[in-house]
Design a protein around this ligand. Structure first.
Ligand SMILES: *[C@@H]1O[C@H](CO)[C@@H](O)[C@H](O)[C@H]1NC(C)=O
Length: 126
């Protein structure tokens, strides 16, 4: 009986873990930095009090599991600089930044082994 009880508790705990699991915290931090580098972040319409970009309410972000796999912000008139640690989004597959007003240095894409496409055209990078 005791053993059975223990198993039940473990099963419940793992269920709770699945239900409450959210976007990788480091991926979230990079997206925060992305937003923070913009002069007009409101255009993204990312929710202010939500730390789960892989949840339902974040536009322009697409995930694979709990990792950010795509950022698609083309032609949104975004103005600003990119976080230089963008390559910490290590599961990034597609990056669509074209037709905005990004300035400053292009971040390194080093180590992004799953990257399939990157569109940077029509911006004002250094
Ligand atoms: C960019 O967005 C503007 C405004 O929404 C739209 O009129 C235009 O056709 C878009 N251009 C491209 C190339 O997608």
């Amino acid at each position: 009986m005791r053993k059975h009880h223990k198993k039940l508790v473990l099963a419940l705990l793992s269920l709770v873990a699945v239900v409450f699991s959210a976007t990788d915290p480091n991926d979230f931090a990079i997206l925060q930095a992305f937003r923070g580098g913009l002069e007009n972040p409101e255009l993204l319409e990312w929710p202010a009090n939500d730390d789960d970009p892989c949840g339902q309410s974040w536009k322009h972000v697409f995930c694979s599991g709990l990792r950010v796999a795509q950022i698609q912000v083309q032609n949104m008139s975004l103005k600003g600089v990119l976080p230089q640690n963008l390559n910490q989004l290590t599961k990034l597959q597609r990056l669509g930044l074209q037709k905005n007003q990004f300035t400053g240095a292009l971040p390194s894409l080093s180590g992004l082994s799953e990257l399939q496409s990157v569109y940077l055209d029509a911006n004002q990078f250094d």
